[in-house]
Design a protein around this ligand. Structure first.
Ligand code: TMP
Length: 208
């Protein structure tokens, strides 16, 4: 694949979608062709699966069903959106990818890591992001930002504070285990500061 695949990860309200828009603009200013996408979602079928995952009550799905929904959406997203874009040389920036399943369904909801790893390997083979930016933020600040959003659709915001603290630790743990792929970004600064930190990490990684 000729493009680059960058993912942004982190808990609720860490500012990923704002930062993806900023990063896309900064890369486009360097004449890079960019496709911004998201998970769950990013293809028509996966957007339908997204609704199943993010709407309704916390207990709507058990943890393993939720894991399989995430990977069903991901399989469609990779084969119909991400893969073709990379093949034509675009840089793909995804708001969440497989680390979110290890954090939310694994650390948060208790599916063991080896089970997720096996599903991951069956669905994705060795396909991995080239770079993952983990936006790290105090959980109470993130949740209050997320709850303040108009039309907030998200079922996962209704899981308790403990759940979200586990997610934060899980993302930091993923970063520690994958130091070549992951960079932790302090998301507590201003929007400009975070955008600068992200662009610096991307520039260093890809020699821009
Ligand atoms: P967001 O894109 O607004 O963050 O909402 C997506 C929600 O879906 C978010 O709460 C995290 C959750 N999610 C999972 O639980 N597992 C996954 O694999 C992915 C990609 C997202």
């Amino acid at each position: 694949m000729t493009g680059r695949f960058i993912t942004l990860e982190g808990g609720e309200g860490t500012g990923k979608s704002t930062q993806i828009k900023r990063l896309a603009k900064a890369l486009e200013a360097k004449s890079v062709k960019v496709l911004a996408t998201r998970e769950p979602g990013g293809s028509p079928g996966a957007e339908q699966i997204r609704k199943l995952m993010v709407e309704g009550e916390p207990g709507r799905w058990d943890a393993i069903t939720e894991t399989l929904l995430a990977y069903a959406a991901r399989a469609d997203h990779v084969s119909r959106t991400i893969g073709p874009a990379l093949l034509e040389g675009s840089w793909v920036i995804s708001d969440r990818f497989n680390d979110s399943t290890f954090a939310y369904q694994g650390a948060g909801r208790g599916v063991d890591r080896e089970t997720i790893r096996r599903i991951d390997s069956a669905v994705l083979d060795d396909f991995q992001p080239d770079l993952t930016l983990i936006l790290d933020l105090d959980v109470s600040i993130g949740l209050s930002r997320a709850n303040g959003r108009p039309g907030s659709e998200n079922r996962f915001e209704k899981f308790g504070g403990d759940f979200h603290e586990k997610l934060r630790q899980a993302f930091l743990d993923i970063a520690k285990r994958n130091p070549d792929r992951c960079r932790v970004i302090d998301a507590s600064g201003s929007e400009d500061q975070v955008a600068e930190a992200i662009f610096a990490a991307v520039s260093r990684r890809f020699d821009l």
